[in-house]
Design a protein around this ligand. Structure first.
Ligand code: HEC
Length: 107
């Protein structure tokens, strides 16, 4: 009985864990977004003036862009602004940010 319970707990823990790593944790992504990204991209990634809207995109799209900037590879004319923002991001933070931004809405 105890063993069964423990196995169940362990299983749901592992499941929850792998889900976070694979598909990203939206809440952690939102917290990270609000630390710095919001200063340029605005609330919920809605975009401000020349800073692009970054919400509502596929997770794979956002991940690829952030990884490209992290590698220091230019995308648009103002990529240097993103290089310094993306450099310190871990794979996990990128996954979390991408998960949050996919469904982020500004009301
Ligand atoms: C200093 C202002 C600034 C900050 C802070 C900033 N960005 Fe950006 N971001 C930009 C600019 C400017 C671009 C367009 C860069 C280019 O020309 O390649 C951009 C582009 C992007 C893109 C690609 C958009 C597209 O569709 O091509 C993503 C994704 C992105 N930013 C995410 C983030 C995230 C996540 C953070 C926080 C970790 C962040 N940005 C912080 C200014 C900023």
């Amino acid at each position: 009985m105890i063993i069964k319970l423990a196995t169940g707990l362990l299983f749901s823990f592992l499941l929850g864990f792998s889900e976070d790593v694979l598909s990203g944790d939206k809440e952690a992504g939102e917290a990270r977004y609000n630390e710095t990204c919001i200063n340029c991209h605005g609330p919920a990634g809605k975009g401000v003036a020349s800073y692009p809207k970054i919400s509502g995109k596929e997770v794979s799209y956002t991940k690829l862009k952030l990884e490209t900037y992290r590698d220091g590879v230019k995308i648009g004319p103002n990529s240097s602004l993103m290089f310094m923002m993306a450099k310190p991001l871990t794979d996990e933070e990128i996954a979390n940010l991408a998960a949050y931004l996919k469904d982020a809405r500004y009301e």
